[in-house]
Design a protein around this ligand. Structure first.
Ligand SMILES: *[C@@H]1O[C@H](CO)[C@@H](O)[C@H](O)[C@H]1NC(C)=O
Ligand SMILES: *[C@@H]1O[C@H](CO)[C@@H](O)[C@H](O)[C@H]1NC(C)=O
Length: 740
């Protein structure tokens, strides 16, 4: 899989109103190109500079001139490159430009200067999945929702391969009149309605990541799709009727803070409805130092729902990124599909594995099995020792092992079996080695190595291939790499929010990049889970254009599946029961999300009140562009009391009480009864325990008191509260956690 965008924290600050019209006053492609080549002029660095809003600069030109007035010169003397990279206006008042340290000191003395931060570079973090999510062409909810008709999904990513059939516009009407975006040099149509680069060059996709994520969110139907015959079928995004706008903010080498902010700035101005960000910040970044959190706050205040990846730093606790409560944070799970291959051992035992290189002719020829116990990672193997053998190794991340594996196969090995490390468990994250390399789970590695050691030189194995199997169980299981809660900076809001398919996902791909060739490719990561949920958000937005971002999030969370198709628990990568910090509220269920019955709504002042409690006025000033939001005028709202659709409380013996308010978005006359599921050690009281609604839009407030008793020896105890009517179940997980 291609490296995933991984966004660096953005320490920024700021404020207020000005430059009302455009969001990006100015971008210099030449300067942006220069910025990518940072080694050449290493004494110059890119800084994000925050400045006081200038009341006169109400238009693009005046805004740019105000920003230019801070520069020692418009061009760098030695190279002639422009200094100014971006002028921002939507997300905050400021710009990105290149200075030496000495020059920056001079800039800092100018009137109107507020603060400067170096912009950091971070590394970069479907045929069957609609069906797995219960969406079938021509039927039910999917077609009722017009497949996301009229909704604009903005993607922040590595660019897009516009000529891909996934971005054909058959059946798609023109974009709504509010759309202000454009496509530059690229061929645009009613599907791909925007393609902008903020990093210079064109909006093409030299990586493949952005093409893949875009097709998952809103790619059109493409018949006869497959990856070398695997995962064959009709490919489509989750919202195949929606429009796509690409904002290229990442190069294959990474994504810069300054560019991410510029991308969000442009998307807000152009008028997207959904923003899909498969780029993840560092876990533990405060929200006022995190470009996605800051940019998303302004986007959410304009009614844009922002969906972002939890990150690929699992399975370790507190690894979740993009954890601000105004983001919809997505974890990655498996689907019920396997690219199956079996390893048959000489002792008759068969081990089920997977490979992306399926051999056409079935061969059951046995080869000697060789496990170099002293070189478990297959490093520095002697080619004479491996020729004609099946070599068994521990699987590492492709970046560390790719070269070794290709070398071993090139020196005449008959095949390889790579088994997962303990921590990866059952998550088989496939890499195409274009040869007989089969990947298996950690538990199977034990079987394999036990046999290899005991049978020694008489150990043999053969491979058989089954192409694509569907209906594989258990599914879904949380992928090992998917980042886990609790949030480092705000543990009182459950993160991640939701689980979606993110393991071995088929998506559109450019014809040729360093990471593979199209037209389709198979990738894994929370990057691939995120656009599934962006697509679901687009479907809901199409049916309910007036719903707030928080209402759409609530709908997705409270209707998610807590169990798998056959009623068993959703599992983690070790096939133990997944917890809320692994999977959030549950596995996304699009059809039910469109009709949640009740929603837990939140507005921008609620988030602002939460920021006041967490970070104070300085933090709020940095994050909120709207200067009318000030902590002096707002209550301080602690995380537990935010009207979030999940409930997180500290573990206490005396009852800890939270209040929640639900809004009726279902039938006017409905009665809901509270139903609590909790282990005996968790006592939950809901008051009142019946909610009677007589009209749509009506709000009802209730309280939930939680106390922990007896043998609550676990750091986290989980239960749930469901509001149940004749037609709806509105479920919120309850998480009682030991304060850390
Ligand atoms: C994969 O291997 C086959 C031969 O086994 C070769 O013809 C083909 O070009 C290879 N594909 C890639 C992408 O390397
Ligand atoms: C559901 O979970 C149970 C328990 O883990 C498992 O036995 C079953 O196979 C799963 N069903 C599906 C459809 O994955």
């Amino acid at each position: 899989m291609a490296p995933l965008p991984n966004l660096l924290a953005l320490p920024l600050l700021l404020l207020a109103t000005f430059c009302h019209t455009p969001s990006m006053c100015h971008v210099s492609p030449a300067a942006a190109r220069a910025q990518q080549d940072s080694t050449k002029t290493s004494t110059y660095r890119t800084y994000i500079v925050l400045v006081e809003p200038q009341p006169l600069s109400a238009n693009e030109e005046a805004c740019r001139q105000w920003h230019e007035s801070f520069l020692p010169s418009l061009h760098i003397a030695d190279s002639g490159e422009p200094r100014l990279l971006h002028s921002y206006s939507e997300v905050f008042s400021g710009f990105a430009a290149r200075f030496t340290d000495d020059e920056l000191s001079a800039v800092a003395k100018k009137p109107g200067f507020v603060r400067a931060f170096p912009s950091r570079t971070l590394q970069l973090t479907t045929t069957h999945t609609p069906e797995f999510l219960g969406l079938r062409e021509g039927t039910g909810f999917w077609s009722n929702a017009g497949y996301g008709k009229g909704v604009i999904v903005g993607m922040l990513d590595t660019g897009i391969y516009a000529a891909h059939p996934s971005f054909d516009d058959h059946g798609i009407p023109p974009p709504p009149a509010k759309w202000k975006g454009s496509c530059g040099a690229v061929r645009c149509n009613n599907k791909l309605i925007g393609a902008k680069t903020v990093i210079g060059g064109d909006s093409g996709d030299p990586d493949g990541h952005g093409t893949h994520t875009s097709s998952t969110a809103a790619g059109n139907f493409v018949t006869g799709a497959s990856y070398n015959g695997l995962a064959a079928g009709t490919a489509s995004g989750i919202a195949p009727g929606a429009h796509i706008a690409m904002y290229k903010v990442c190069s294959p080498s990474g994504c810069e803070d300054a560019d991410i902010v510029a991308g969000i700035d442009a998307a807000i101005k152009d008028g997207v409805d959904v923003l899909s960000i498969s780029i993840s910040a560092n876990p533990g970044d405060h929200f006022d130092q995190d470009a996605v959190a800051v940019g998303a706050f302004t986007a959410v205040s304009k009614g844009i729902i922002v969906v972002s990846s939890a990150g690929n730093r699992g399975p370790f606790p507190q690894s979740v990124a993009n954890d601000a409560p105004w983001l919809l944070t997505v974890a990655a799970g498996s689907v019920d599909r396997s690219f199956y291959a079996e390893v048959l051992l000489g002792n008759g035992r068969g081990i089920g594995g997977e490979t992306l290189t399926q051999v056409g002719k079935p061969s059951s020829k046995p080869y000697p099995l060789f496990y170099p116990a002293d070189r478990r990672f297959c490093e520095n193997m002697d080619s004479a020792a491996i020729a004609g053998k099946v070599v068994v190794c521990v699987s590492l991340a492709a970046a560390f092992q790719d070269v070794n594996i290709r070398r071993i196969m090139a020196s005449g090995a008959a095949g390889m079996v790579l088994f997962n490390t303990e921590s990866r468990g059952y998550t088989v994250d496939l890499v195409d080695y274009n040869s007989s390399v089969i990947q298996v789970a950690a538990a199977d590695g034990v079987v394999l190595t036990d046999y290899a050691m005991s049978a020694a030189s008489s150990a043999i194995a053969s491979f058989t291939y089954s192409n694509t199997l569907l209906g594989v169980r258990p599914a879904p299981a949380v992928a090992s790499f998917s980042s886990r809660g609790p949030s480092h900076v705000s543990p009182g809001v459950l993160k991640p929010d939701i689980l979606a398919p993110g393991l071995n996902i088929l998506g559109a791909f450019p014809p040729s990049t360093d990471y593979g060739t199209g037209p389709f490719s198979i990738m894994s990561g929370t990057s691939t889970a995120t656009p599934h949920v962006s697509g679901v958000a687009a479907l809901i937005k199409s049916l309910h254009p007036d719903w707030s971002p928080a209402a759409i999030k609530s709908a997705i969370l409270t209707t998610s599946d807590a169990v798998n198709r056959t009623g068993g628990p959703i599992l983690n990568e070790k096939y133990g029961e997944a917890g809320a910090y692994d999977r959030g509220a549950g596995h996304v269920n699009p059809a039910r999300a469109a009709d949640p019955g009740l929603v837990y709504d939140l507005g921008i002042t609620d988030y602002a009140s939460f920021i006041c409690s967490l970070l104070g006025q300085d933090g709020l000033k940095t994050i909120a562009r709207d200067s009318s939001l000030t902590c002096a005028k707002l209550p301080k709202v602690k995380a537990a009391q935010l009207n979030y659709p999940t409930i997180t409380v500290p573990q206490t013996r005396s009852p800890f009480t939270v209040k929640r308010t639900v809004t009726n978005v279902g039938p006017a006359a409905s009665t809901y009864k509270a139903k609590v599921d909790a282990p005996r050690s968790l006592r939950v009281r809901v008051s009142p325990d019946t909610l009677v609604f007589t009209r749509t839009g009506e709000k009802k407030t209730f309280s939930v008191s939680v106390s922990c008793h007896g043998a609550a020896r676990h750091r986290v105890v989980e239960g749930s509260l469901s509001w149940v009517s004749e037609e709806h179940v509105v479920r919120s997980p309850i998480v009682a956690a030991v304060a850390s």
